[in-house]
Design a protein around this ligand. Structure first.
Ligand SMILES: *Cc1c(COP(=O)(O)O)cnc(C)c1O
Length: 379
């Protein structure tokens, strides 16, 4: 029997103490009285939903935000108790799962509310609901002018517990906050109208990471941090004085080394042709691991604390880098695709810039076959 754990060459190393540190920064910004609902959807932004949720709960996070019934189910099956909010639009047929697992559901349609009510009665339980107001995101939610009539209908449905009233910002990550302030005002007005008619919600919530950092008046009763928990800023326009610590490092190692003569080429399509004697390192990582093919001939990686360019087309399972200018490189040397090595860093934001996307997409696309390894901070 094997007693020693053998790790995959390509793995995401997740520092859970960084997640706890970032959660502490959120707590400092919002104060003691505001609840925190940490977004752990999309496998905790690629960091692993079970492990991250467990550490967040242990560090005092009251709520966890998931996208779907299925993510909620994964948490319950991992033995994670307490409030979980399903943020996405759940189809009525999934109501039995929502109720049985004690998940709370964001409500944006009467049909879903009716299905949940019926199921709650059948199972002899209550289901927590958070009514979503569309104050300008234009995605999910009830329009402010329709909220009162909607609530009158909800009131007729037994088994629903009015836990939350919420909205979501479309532009909080931009420097210009006037649209976000208008959204917040529309939400506040809706909330006043509903209160006046006797609809009480214990948790009013609106703020994502950007609003947590830049718009304290949006903190309300609960905040919903996502990207900042993982150590990244929502955009380059959000104030960046907060000492967030990125939790994830994507590393691999050199699988094979070879020498190219001038005129010889690398990989499919011969996109890279050597103009000098070139030392090439082949890495066991490719687009199937989420190392995007559009990084071909564009990205850099870190080897021995120095930058080395990706050359040629990135394959499904392999990537080539030029290590000619880094002396003494050998097979098995650690290679950082995302993260720090020595004094150098390849940030998620840097990769996002190469890909013309955002750090969120870079992190959530790290493939499921990439092993996740957790550091608890003591190691
Ligand atoms: C994902 C999500 C968040 C978190 O957003 P970040 O920008 O990652 O902080 C907050 N609220 C809702 C409704 C979400 O879906």
């Amino acid at each position: 029997m094997l007693t020693q754990k053998i790790h995959q060459a390509t793995r995401a190393v997740i520092d859970l103490s960084a997640i706890v540190h970032n959660l502490g920064l959120v707590r400092k910004l919002v104060g003691r009285k505001v609840e925190i609902c940490a977004a752990v959807k999309a496998d905790a932004y690629g960091h692993g939903i079970e492990q991250v949720s467990r550490i967040l709960r242990a560090a005092g996070t009251g709520w966890l935000g998931v996208d779907s019934t299925w993510e909620g189910k994964r948490l319950r099956e991992a033995g994670i108790e307490g409030p979980i909010l399903v943020l996405g639009p759940t189809p009525p047929r999934e109501s039995p799962l929502i109720v049985a697992q004690g998940l709370s559901q964001v409500i944006t349609s009467l049909e879903v509310a009716e299905a949940l009510s019926q199921e709650a009665r059948q199972q002899g339980r209550e289901v927590g609901i958070h009514l979503k107001v569309d104050s300008g995101m234009g995605r999910l939610g009830i329009k402010p002018e329709e909220a009162l009539a909607f609530c009158e209908n909800l009131r007729k449905l037994p088994g629903l517990h009015f836990e939350g009233l919420m909205t979501h910002f479309a532009l909080a990550h931009s420097k210009e906050k006037s649209f976000t302030i208008r959204q917040l005002e529309a939400f506040r007005e809706t909330s006043r109208v509903l209160e006046a008619r006797g609809f009480h919600f214990s948790l009013h919530h609106a703020a994502n990471s950007a609003a947590i950092i830049d718009l304290p008046e949006a903190h309300l009763d609960m905040v919903r941090p996502g990207i900042m928990i993982y150590g990244h800023f929502p955009s380059s326009e959000v104030s960046s004085h907060l000492p967030l610590r990125p939790a994830l490092t994507l590393r691999t190692e050199i699988g094979h080394l070879k020498s190219l003569q001038p005129g010889e080429s690398v990989s499919y399509g011969r996109l890279f042709v050597a103009s000098r004697q070139t030392q090439v390192a082949i890495l066991p990582v490719g687009y199937a691991d989420g190392y995007d093919r559009r990084l071909s001939n564009r990205a850099q990686v870190l080897v021995q604390g120095r930058r080395a360019p990706v050359i040629g087309i990135i394959c499904m399972d392999m990537t080539a880098v030029d290590v000619t200018d880094i002396p003494g490189v050998k097979a098995g040397d650690e290679v950082i695709l995302l993260g720090c090595q020595g004094k150098e860093e390849i940030s998620a934001e840097q990769i996002a810039t190469w890909l013309d996307t955002i750090s969120y997409e870079v992190l959530t696309r790290i493939g499921s076959r990439v092993e996740r390894v957790y550091l608890s901070g003591e190691e």
